[in-house]
Design a protein around this ligand. Structure first.
Ligand code: AMP
Length: 124
């Protein structure tokens, strides 16, 4: 069920629970501001979710409220993870769903990194 990205942050969402260590994840990367892990239902050979450790509902919320160091850390982490996965030469795709029309399901900002095969047209 897509979320309403204008609602306040819900501390019970699944990624908040992963960040608190209440649920496991298949960790790919972690630093002071960022956690990345494999998507539980991968849609490509590489399907990684990158999330900020701060409580942000979506890209909209993050871009408005996050501190410059959180934003810099997040952007750099996404690039670094893709490089570390060997995705730059073959190519990869980034996706951040925001709210209902995009089908965002988890109300904690996440960027999907897709790679490992030709990814086809941008939208189905
Ligand atoms: P979105 O539709 O952009 O909100 O994407 C949410 C993503 O989170 C989906 O691709 C799910 O497969 C993924 N997901 C949900 N729960 C988990 C979990 N516990 N661990 C890893 N990925 C998850």
């Amino acid at each position: 069920m897509p979320i309403d990205a204008t609602l306040p942050y819900d501390e019970s969402n699944v990624f908040a629970r992963i960040l608190r260590g209440e649920l496991p994840c298949s960790k790919v990367y972690e630093d002071e501001h960022v956690l990345a892990f494999n998507d539980i239902r991968p849609l490509a050979p590489v399907h990684i979710l990158v999330i900020p450790k701060g409580a942000y509902v979506s890209w909209d919320d993050f871009s408005e409220r996050a501190q410059p160091e959180e934003i810099a850390a997040f952007v750099r982490a996404v690039g670094r993870i893709a490089r570390d996965q060997g995705l730059v030469a073959p190519g990869y795709r980034l996706l951040a769903n925001v709210g209902g029309h995009a089908g965002q399901e988890v109300p904690h900002l996440h960027v999907h990194i897709f790679g490992g095969r030709e990814l086809g047209p941008m939208l189905a």
